[in-house]
Structures are given as structure tokens and as C-alpha cells.
Design a protein around this ligand. Sequence first.
Ligand SMILES: [Zn+2]
Ligand SMILES: [Zn+2]
Length: 338
Amino acid sequence: MKAAQIQAPDEARIVEAPEPTPGPGEVLIEVAAAGICGTDLHIYHGEYEATYPIIPGHEFSGTVAAVGADVERYRPGDRVTADPNIPCNRCPACQRGEPNQCESLAAIGVTRDGAFAQYVVAPEGSVFPIGDMSFAAAALVEPLACVMWGIKRVQIQPGDSALIFGAGPMGCLLLQAVRCAGAAHVVVTDVAPWRLARAAELGATTTVLAGDGQAKQIKALAPAGYDVVVDATGIPEVLEQTFDFARPRGKIWVFGVCPRDARATFVPYDVFRKDLSIIGSFAVSRTFHESIALIQGGAVRVEPLISHRLPLDRFVEALELAERDPKRMKVQIDVAAS
Ligand SMILES: [Zn+2]
Ligand SMILES: [Zn+2]
């Protein structure tokens, strides 16, 4: 089969790889669509816990092609997506019911071969049916499931005000998710006016362009501060700013992935005096089900987030686009077209 492989950091190419065979309890999926995310770029540059060579790709959808022994719930032809995270189900974290904190977490597209290929294998328990959702939309279930895990952690209350830094694909999922969770006012800020236009279409109540006067404008919209402030940029300097906008007893949600060795400063006295909460949320923790439901029911719109669709042959170009194109949102590989 045709696959995009990262052989070593900064070395990606299209290869002819053996078609995987599903073992007992595993499902072989013919990939239709797969999204590129920041994690793939980190793997490409050797900045993530990946094993090389690796076929990346952890946000995907497709059709069941074959099933291994003992698979009960799927048959060839079923339209599916899969949760890429595979917890061990044995360690203390798994036993506590915290699978995303598993001590030996495996992940499709990170520690085992992923979906930038014609076929990928997933354990039956990680596979989810998508009904008649488009494959392009279904490849965005995983990013939404990351957001939905944070929604559970942060516990948005009906009527909350939220401020989101970043209006890329994740910022646009976050804004829709906090609205679904009951936020009444959602302010989104970004450096790119066209991204803000997209955020407004998708339900942001107000958008603020980054630059001179940004802080003043954001404060004027909620003089007493915001209930929830989210960083979706992964830029330490931006995260530092979030503290200025949270109300007393407000929550700072650390969603964007800062570089592993980055440091950010905050004023402990303010956290103490204002009863602030700083809440992280990592990956997905059994949040695929609601993510699929939200997309199927039309409460979260994902297709407007896709800016580019390229065939598998143009994978390296797609990585460059996802990293640098000023007009990029979600870049997807249309594997079915390859
Ligand atoms: Zn991802
Ligand atoms: Zn575990």
C-alpha cells in the first residue's frame, strides 16, 4: 500500500509499505480522510515521543476493509473513525479510569503506524461508527474530542463568559464547544482577521483583532473579567496574558501545546487572592461519543474549518502548508483520492 512515512526527523517521503493485517480484536480500516495537526509537525521535526520510522496520522476516517478474529461489532463496509489513544487498561491511571494519563499510552500515528496510508489498523474498542457523516467531517472528530475532554475538566456553567486566544481550527472548535456547554458570551481574539471572520460565522459573540488596543478592547467587553479564559495558541507569552482577563474565581484553561521546555510566568499572589483555577486538558479521554453526536446533530460545524485537501502523494507539501501557509486552517489528506 501507499503510505507517507517519516523515516527520521525532517525526513518524510511516500513509500510502498506492506498492507497491515488485523490481529485478533483488531479492525483494518481503508482510510478516506486524515487531518494534519501540530502533533504531526512535532513528530516531523523530532520534537515528540514518536518511534521512527513512523507512518503518522491520528485524526482519520474510513471504511472497514477487514476484521480480525473475535471482532464482533464491525463488518467490512462500515463507515468509521477511531480514537487513536490506546491505553494499557492495567496501570494505576487506567485503573482509576483516567485513560489519557495511562503510564504506557500507545497511540495510532505516534507510537504505531497511523492513517497517512491507504490502510490503518485499530483495536475494535477504539473504533466508532460515523453513520452518514462525511469522511472529511469525521476526520475532525478527534480534535473535537480533545476539546470535549477539556470541556469536562473546566465545567463551563450556563451563562458563562469565555475568552479564547486563537481562532485556528482548535479555537473555532473550542468556541462552538463552550457555546454548546452553555457559555453565553464568547470573545475570540487572533492576529488574522480572516480567521476571526470564520470564528464570527461559527458563533463567537465578539471578535478582537490582536495588536494595539487588544487588551483594552477585551477588558471593555467584560470589565469584571471572564469566567473562563482559554489559550489555544500554545505561545507562552499569550498564556501569561490570560491571567489579566480572568474574573475572581475564574478559570484559566491551558489547551494550546507550548514547547516542552518553555516556561511561562504568573503572579502567585493573584492566583491566591483571586481564587483562580489553572486547568490543563490533555488529548482525549473517552470523549469520542459526544463529539460524534455534536457533529451529527449540527451543534458543532467542522467542515468550514478545512482549508486544504491534498492527495497522499503531496504529503510533504501538505506538511509545509500546515506549518506555514498564512491562510491555513485544517489541512487534510484526501487518501481516497490518492
Ligand atoms: Zn491531533
Ligand atoms: Zn494504562
